[in-house]
Design a protein around this ligand. Structure first.
Ligand code: UD1
Length: 445
């Protein structure tokens, strides 16, 4: 299994091109099941999760062709043509679904177009139980009959899905997306209340409208969908990845560097910018993206932890601070001056990075859903923001990248195991970071 080796303590300086958003690309790919025409998706990132979705769709009958790279040498992602002339199988097997929870997003489209689906209960990152009860209840509200059989969701709507009002008991990105896709072909009007407002949901809704759907309320927590008989193809560009962008913003800050995030959209990162600003990190819009640096960063003797101060942050659905950045923020806070508290409200088991960060010298105490981080910034004259390198590993994507951030700041060598987690969500991570001066290499066994 590949590992990543980082020799820390080098401030990052330069530009990083932000890829297309994984969490927008996956539902957009699933949406191709809704039409027999060709859906062209641009700016898709090269990621293991995208490959997994390709395998899943292929066995439902989707045909793919690469339509080349963007003209800037691939830095704007690739272009994929997806065409599902006929759905040849309505089963999403365990072997594929277990690799990636987002596979459950084929449920809504299969049911809407074919009136039946058999989808394995999902796996994915080990960050809590992550049930799919709201996906199921929502589809039942639209008239589907659903049973659980041997680890599979078996759904039927032989006469098609109906209109209805779905009120989500909790904000769920995936349930909103599944219901949104299903509703586009319903016989009647569908209202989704307490819908997720994440920009990736908006991206899906905009693409569906481009395909002929009638969705109103995009960006709000109430989506109104007027069902149509059929959808057509479309040509759509995936929005930039705000989680990747904010991860690199924190990489710049933790190393005492200054980085421009090319293609990043500041309006999608307001909660992050507000939190980082309290921590003494500035994010300024530029003509090409966002420029990031911690207070004091960029001076010739700036070093990890410089200028950073501890802050209190609670994760929340969009427009709040994203759970997908909680682990990265914790690494940043471990190097800051003063205490920070980080409260996780979305997933119940998302502190798996804590023991690994502690092995690198972080001072963290977890009580229930809150982690208290005592920043090492002051304990210094020590370099590395008070962190030191160590062999570490993590069990999910964002936890793994938080260890990369800690490794970039730490004194000495960090080796990160189980790199496949990073490959699920960060495109060309080593290349992007080493392009800004990081000493980071992949060790291939
Ligand atoms: C998506 C993102 C993931 C992000 C998460 C929250 C993708 C591919 N993944 O995951 O990166 O961390 O949103 O922003 O877009 N829940 C239920 N029942 C359900 C569905 C969800 O109880 O039927 C709970 C979950 O366990 C969790 C919360 O709702 O506690 C939010 O989960 P959800 O928004 O659905 O996450 P995903 O769509 O899986």
């Amino acid at each position: 299994m590949d590992r990543i080796r980082i020799r820390g303590g080098r401030p990052l300086h330069g530009k990083i091109a932000i890829s297309g958003a994984k969490n927008a690309a996956l539902p957009l790919m699933a949406a191709s099941l809704l039409t027999e025409e060709t859906l062209i998706l641009r700016n898709l990132p090269h990621l293991a999760d995208i490959a997994t979705m390709t395998h899943l769709l292929a066995q439902h009958g989707t045909e793919f062709s690469m339509a080349g790279e963007h003209p800037d040498g691939g830095h704007m992602g690739h272009v994929l043509k997806l065409r599902t002339g006929e759905i040849t199988s309505t089963e999403a097997p365990y072997d594929i679904v277990r690799k990636m929870r987002a596979s459950v997003l084929v449920l809504g489209p299969l049911l809407a177009r074919r009136g039946q689906a058999r989808v394995s209960l999902p796996g994915g990152c080990a960050i809590g139980t992550r049930p799919v009860d709201m996906h199921i209840c929502g589809l039942e509200t639209l008239g589907a009959e659903i049973d659980l059989d041997d680890g599979y969701i078996v759904a039927r709507a032989p006469e098609g899905l109906q209109g209805g009002v779905v009120v989500f008991s909790q904000v769920s990105v995936g349930a909103t997306e599944n219901l949104l896709m299903a509703a586009t072909l319903a016989k009647g009007d569908v209202v989704l209340e307490n819908a997720a407002r994440e920009p990736e949901v908006g991206d899906l809704a905009n693409c569906l409208n481009r395909m002929g759907a009638r969705i109103e309320g995009i960006g709000s927590d109430t989506l109104r969908i007027q069902g149509v008989d059929r959808l057509s193809g479309a040509d759509y560009t995936v929005l930039p990845d705000r989680i990747e962008a904010a991860t690199y913003a924190m990489a710049a800050a933790i190393t005492g560097g200054v980085v421009e995030l090319l293609g990043a959209r500041p309006e999608l990162m307001e909660a992050v910018a507000a939190a980082l600003s309290r921590a003494n990190v500035t994010m300024q819009p530029t003509a090409c993206g966002v420029l990031v640096g911690a207070a004091g960063a960029g001076h010739k003797d700036s070093s990890p932890g410089d200028g950073l101060v501890g802050i209190d942050v609670t994760t929340a659905p969009y427009p709040g601070f994203p759970t997908d950045l909680q682990a990265q923020l914790m690494a940043l806070m471990a190097t800051a001056t003063g205490a920070a508290t980080i409260t996780e409200t979305i997933f119940e088991n998302r502190f798996q990075h804590v023991p690994e960060l502690m092995r690198m010298g972080a001072d963290i105490t977890v009580k229930g859903a809150t982690a208290m981080v005592r920043g090492r910034g002051q304990s210094a004259g020590s370099g590395g923001g008070g962190l030191h390198g160590a062999p570490v590993m993590a069990t999910d994507l964002r936890a793994s990248v938080s260890l990369v951030l800690a490794g970039l700041a730490a004194e000495g060598e960090t080796v990160i195991n189980r790199v496949y987690h990073l490959d699920r969500g960060y495109e060309r991570l080593e290349e992007k970071l080493s392009g800004c001066g990081a000493d980071i290499v992949r060790l291939v066994d």
